[in-house]
Design a binder for this molecule. Structure first.
Ligand SMILES: Cc1cc2nc3c(=O)[nH]c(=O)nc-3n(C[C@H](O)[C@H](O)[C@H](O)COP(=O)(O)OP(=O)(O)OC[C@H]3O[C@@H](n4cnc5c(N)ncnc54)[C@H](O)[C@@H]3O)c2cc1C
Length: 386
């Protein structure tokens, strides 16, 4: 077998084992943990064993080194049953990707093996109370003090904020810099004195996974934890991971869309009205057809973006299109599933109410869909000048 064929076989085996795990372990507990808003400790341990915390980390640093294509398929498979656990390893992998792409060799050797094993887990701290989309407006400041920096500020909405131990944190080292991004830097910060999770945020959906406010009060971080070792690159480091991040959120949206379709397709054949299954009513058939088309279109857009990412081609346009379409597909399909389930959609005995609560986040995360449309339009104009 060629190297390429061997890699494809290994990737398929990993995907198969994840799909079996999803059915066996995740599906039976999703409802219970979601409703209790309880952190799934056992699932985290199982995800460690499956290698998910190192999914996209290179093998020389202890990871699986999966392609974006395989990673997206894994994400879709998990999200089709329960989207929230994806956030536990995905935000962590965005932090790892930042080190892998932009870190010094010493940083990669020190941190990536610990991230890959899941021994040290975390996420990415960009958003602040006053700044989400406009990231360059952040106020968290790091000031140099000998061989350390001292960080002060507050991050909010940070995934894994309570249970995570280490975060890629975007700060300003020069708040007066113009343009603003030239005064930004990204640090790896391990929790400790001066760096705490102050508040767990209560949410509509995306339950069981912790979203928290992180507070830095004269937090001393060694200068060697400045990612890449130089100031002024933090903004590029933060947005540099967005192509993969968008493919990822797209896969979560497509997963929710696929789960909603699967459940609706089944229910529509079981539920009878006027002497026949509701699937035999044309109004329901039209919904099922649109739902299935959205799932397939999402899948194709994601595969296209992931393929380009894997071959090192530019894919900002493609990943934005995939993210925009697939996240909206998740939202629309979850709503259509609610309609197909009728009154029972409102019951917590079924999963569709969870899809409906989880889906809107995909339209917000990794750049809101308003911003995706703006990125797509800008790219169209740039690639098609007259
Ligand atoms: C559950 C959850 C988990 C999250 N996890 C993380 C995390 O792990 N790490 C992290 O750093 N952040 C995280 N976030 C934050 C998320 O990235 C931000 O919420 C998102 O970037 C939007 O920022 P905002 O909420 O401040 O909205 P705003 O930036 O205030 O935007 C509000 C509205 O204005 C629109 N808008 C803003 N600017 C423009 C413009 N120029 N043109 C057109 N429309 C515009 C937006 O599209 C949106 O509709 C999370 C959020 C949630 C809800």
């Amino acid at each position: 077998m060629t190297d390429h064929a061997t890699t494809a076989t290994v990737d398929q085996q990993i995907l198969d084992s994840i799909e079996r795990w999803v059915e066996r372990e995740l599906k039976p507990i999703a409802k219970k943990f979601d409703h209790a808003d309880e952190y799934p400790e056992d699932i985290v341990e199982q995800m460690k064993e499956l290698g998910l915390f190192g999914a996209t980390i290179l093998p020389e640093y202890g990871g699986l080194g999966l392609s974006a294509t395989t990673y997206a398929r894994i994400v879709m498979s998990i999200a089709s049953v329960w989207m929230a656990p994806v956030g536990i390893f995905n935000s962590h992998l965005i932090m790892a990707a930042c080190v892998q792409r932009h870190g010094t060799e010493a940083q990669k050797k020190k941190w990536l093996p610990r991230f890959a094993s899941g021994e040290l887990r975390g996420g990415i701290g960009l958003t602040e109370p006053n700044a989400g989309t406009d990231l360059q407006a952040i106020r968290t400041v790091a000031r140099r003090d000998g061989d350390h920096y001292i960080i002060n500020g507050t991050k909010t909405w940070i995934t894994n904020g309570v249970y995570g131990g280490c975060f890629g944190v975007l700060v300003k080292t020069n708040p007066e810099a113009e343009p603003r991004h030239k005064g930004m830097a990204m640090f790896l910060c391990e929790k400790g004195e001066g760096f705490v999770a102050a508040k767990k945020i209560r949410k509509l959906g995306y339950k069981s996974i912790d979203s928290a406010e992180l507070v830095f009060t004269d937090f001393r971080v060694p200068a060697e934890q400045l990612i890449g070792g130089i100031e002024g690159k933090g903004f590029q480091h933060a947005v540099g991971g967005l192509e993969l991040g968008r493919i990822n959120v797209a896969a979560r949206g497509a997963g929710i869309a696929a789960g909603a379709l699967r459940d609706a397709l089944r229910y529509a054949q079981e539920r009878q009205t006027f002497g026949k299954p509701i699937a035999q009513h044309q109004a329901i058939q039209l919904k099922l057809a649109d739902m299935a088309t959205r799932v397939e279109a999402s899948r194709l857009l994601i595969e296209q973006a992931a393929r380009k990412y894997d071959t090192g081609e530019r894919c900002d346009l493609e990943s934005s299109m995939a993210k925009l379409f697939a996240s909206e597909a998740g939202l629309e399909n979850s709503l259509e599933a609610m309609r197909i389930f009728g009154g029972y959609s409102y019951s917590t005995d079924f999963d569709v109410e969870r899809y409906y609560r989880d889906a809107p986040l995909m339209c917000i995360g990794e750049g809101t869909n308003e911003m995706q449309r703006i990125i797509i339009a800008r790219q169209l104009l740039e690639r098609n000048p007259v």
